[in-house]
Design a protein around this ligand. Structure first.
Ligand code: XMP
Length: 324
């Protein structure tokens, strides 16, 4: 009889057998529920012989890196190494405006850094890293063998597949038989904070694909701050769980505004909030007018460089969830 508690025990035993008494495992974490649950399972099974890597690519959300670090280390006891590579990523993104190029640069740079870090890890017993942890879920398994969804064919999704080719690592996928809601249940059971368990999905290329045009440190700052206000208001209004995904995109067009008695000429923030079950199709979320009014007022008042806020009322299809 299958229960979540049984699953945890069985999976921990399976990991221990697979890895053996001295084996070492490496895995990337993002702060999302899948990689965190997978990392927590691994920590329960083999302790510090699991090495989690969090790469700060400079395009994560406001304070995200620090928050994830604290939750995973102090909160969950995961052996985590944080690599600050923000400048490296932003340097490589300089002058790049094409969405697919942004994805490729971020994906490839991530793989380079991950390989370098993996080579630098020298386990105490003189062994070597043999395994790579991935938080693959059942729907990902199905999709990759039998069906390519629109988001897979239209956009190259960032994954760590490239790591396996170069590093000759064996794959461990403890969540490969689970659906998202089961992973969340598992997360709650393993003491992962509620906020992290219910976090909206966040793309690997981060806000780089939510800043149209060139990604610079200044643009990242604007997009981040606007996004933070939007999400904060969504949480305050008790709507976070009802919405499947929400974010602010920064449009590099300038628009005239007026602040006090000053004329302004600044950029535009587009808010996106959707409801979906599978992300293959999505409806835009219907907010109350007063909510949108509050968010718009706060963003223009509090985020320097924004003169106007618009709300995206396009469903998927024909639009995608992300703007790039
Ligand atoms: P789209 O924009 O394709 O998004 O309708 C569907 C879901 O996929 C996420 N997404 C990505 N996730 N790397 C990711 O890891 C990507 O390059 C990427 N592009 C889109 C998007 O956030 C949404 O949840």
């Amino acid at each position: 009889n299958w229960t979540m508690k049984n699953f945890i025990e069985t999976e921990i035993e399976r990991i221990r057998t697979l890895v053996g008494p001295t084996g070492e495992v490496i895995g990337a974490v993002s702060g999302g529920v899948d990689s965190t649950v997978a990392a927590k399972l691994m920590t329960e099974a083999i302790g510090d012989r699991f090495h989690a890597i969090l790469v700060d690519n400079g395009v994560m959300r406001l304070n995200e890196c620090a928050t994830v670090k604290k939750t995973l280390t102090a909160g969950l006891g995961i052996n985590l190494q944080v690599i600050d590579a923000a400048d490296l990523f932003l340097g490589k993104l300089k002058g790049v405006t094409d969405p697919e190029k942004k994805r490729k640069i971020i994906g490839n740079t991530f793989i380079e850094i991950f390989e370098e870090v993996a080579e630098g890890i020298k386990p105490k017993d003189g062994g070597e890293i043999e395994f790579l942890l991935q938080g693959t879920l059942y729907p990902d398994v199905i999709e990759s063998i039998s069906f390519k969804g629109p988001s897979q064919t239209i956009k190259t999704h960032h994954n760590v597949g490239g790591l396996l080719d170069n590093m000759k690592l064996k794959l461990i996928e403890p969540l490969r038989e689970l659906f998202k809601d089961e992973v969340r249940q598992l997360g709650e059971l393993m003491g992962i904070p509620h906020d992290l368990v219910w976090r909206h999905p966040f793309p690997g290329p981060g806000i780089a694909i939510r800043i149209l045009g060139e990604v610079t440190a200044e643009q990242v700052e604007i997009a981040r701050n606007a996004d933070h206000i939007f999400i904060e208001e969504i949480k305050k209004a008790g709507l976070y769980k009802e919405i499947s995904q929400a974010f602010a995109a920064l449009l590099p067009v300038r628009s005239v505004g007026v602040m006090g008695d000053q004329r302004t000429y600044e950029q535009v923030i587009a808010l996106r909030a959707i409801e979906t079950t599978d992300f293959m199709t999505a409806d835009w979320y219907i907010f109350e007018a007063a909510f949108l009014k509050t968010v718009a007022r706060r963003i223009v008042n509090e985020v320097k460089g924004v003169a106007r806020v618009v709300y995206d009322i396009t469903s998927k299809p024909p639009a995608t969830v992300e703007w790039e």
